[in-house]
Design a protein around this ligand. Sequence first.
Ligand code: 5AD
Ligand code: SF4
Length: 481
Amino acid sequence: MESGLGIRNSKLREETIINPETGEKSVKMGGLTFPPRRVWMKTYGCQMNYHDSLRLLAHLKNLNFTKTEEIEEADMVLFNTCAIRDLANQKFYSHLGEMKHLKKKKGEKLVIGAGGCIAQTEGKHLVAKYRHLDFAFGTDVIDQINDMVFRTYSGDDRFAVNTWDRSSNFSIETKINHGTPQAFVNIIKGCDKYCTYCVVPYTRGRERSRKLVEVVEDVKKLVKYQDVQEVTLLGQNVNSYGKENGENLAQLLYELEKVEGLKLIRYTTSHPYDITDELIEAHGNLKKLSNHLHLPVQSGSASVLKRMNREYTPEHFLERLAKFREVNPNIVISTDIIAGFCNETQEEHQATLDLLTNAQFDFIYSYVYSERKNTRASGMDDFLTDDIRGERLREIQKHQLDLQLHIRKQMEGRTYRVLVEKEKTFKGETKWLGRTNCNRIIHFKGQPETNYKWHWVDLKVLDATALSCQGVLMKDLGTLV
Ligand code: 5AD
Ligand code: SF4
């Protein structure tokens, strides 16, 4: 496999030239020649951002950039930023600040760019404030990265691009993880939900879906030409998929089920309001659909959900969960929780603890509420202190870990089929790590000389705690089942 760009991208503007004497590759774009260069990249935030980073790297490969993990040897440093909570913001700002020293050391040779959610809304400000930043770019111009890099190497003044793609349909080529059987496929971008705490509708824009036929075609090609076996359909709110085209997620899943050679389908992230009966039924009918569902609830209190503009009640959420479990008793469900939303009372907080007990989540991501500029919640009364928020978060996490231990213990003695992703050394011991269909990670040792990467294996779970799971190899099925 070459760059990881979708195979539709056959007519490249970038022309490759190989020096017949040295064998060195250079790339010509317009009047500029690009020698082999290194790019170092830091990604913050969600899967969408990680996916965008892969797209950036795939494009940059066509301009003769390869990825480096060593920032000191980089010719270009790129940040892909996240604006969802203040912590991610602060990390990026301090990292960007530090880059001043590297730029001083390496001089004008080092190019620094910042993209993603912070750059979408703050790009101009970033370029004005940080003199060592060469360019900033928003979330909707990822695929124009080579034009921006070209501008920079052409000697253009420092600039920011944060335009929205106004074309009526969302149509993109799929970029995949280099050489892995797992691929992310973007199906919808943006979000129209406007949860009062959330900055995403402002950093990612309005919802727009790809056409169903295009997505299916893409997946077929990934399976046929790139040996992909597992796809994760991506979007800020995948349950809104297809609305503007008279299509929906359930229809897409039924079509993808038919793709020969595809083994596993995941999708993320969901919004409980848009979960239809048809989609739930698909979880009972479709063999390739993952047994894991991430369904962010945010709070267990009806009044908090109302202040968050989440459009559902805890009862509705629990009813949807019960339906999922009815059609597929093996489904495992995870969620997101925000602790200490504006003016949350002790009773409202208790309602979240109660919901955790009732819902029996497999795991949760939990955060303290973080005020984001220009969101509706930023204008709400909020007398809660950071201490109370922190305390509530710890209480939520502790409660969940107790529940989780009980849930995970039930895995002991059972055998799971997993796709092995990598080897990891922990406390001096090296083990392989694989992911079950239901998205749980199991560690195992295997035979000393065998490379299990991307093998499907059957593992029997010997020991499970709330946070980790140890198994023993029962059967190695190789790279393709
Ligand atoms: N403060 C805290 N958490 C937030 N999230 C989104 N916005 C905020 C915020 N302002 C959380 C939600 C969402 C996840 C991706 O991030 O739980 O589901
Ligand atoms: Fe943000 Fe709500 Fe949209 Fe999720 S659904 S991205 S929390 S606005």
